[in-house]
Write a new protein. Structure first.
Length: 70
């Protein structure tokens, strides 16, 4: 299932996010960034996947992306 049917759907979301972020951050003296991460187990040989700490699937390749929210 794709969340977005067309490339324009993604572009509208990106533009909206940029505008909201600009409005919110321009009125702040300080900003708190919340860093979080997720573990995605990978099956096969996908580019960028590495064996690392994965508490659920020990020894399997996975992605470990970091996310930041304001």
């Amino acid at each position: 299932m794709n969340l977005f049917e067309k490339q324009e759907d993604i572009e509208v979301l990106v533009d909206t996010n940029k505008e909201l972020t600009k409005r919110i951050l321009s009125q702040q003296d300080r900003v708190i960034l919340d860093f979080d991460s997720l573990m995605y187990t990978i099956y096969g040989n996908q580019e960028g996947a590495e064996v690392g700490f994965n508490a659920v699937h020990l020894g399997k390749k996975s992605f470990h992306p970091l996310y930041v929210s304001v």
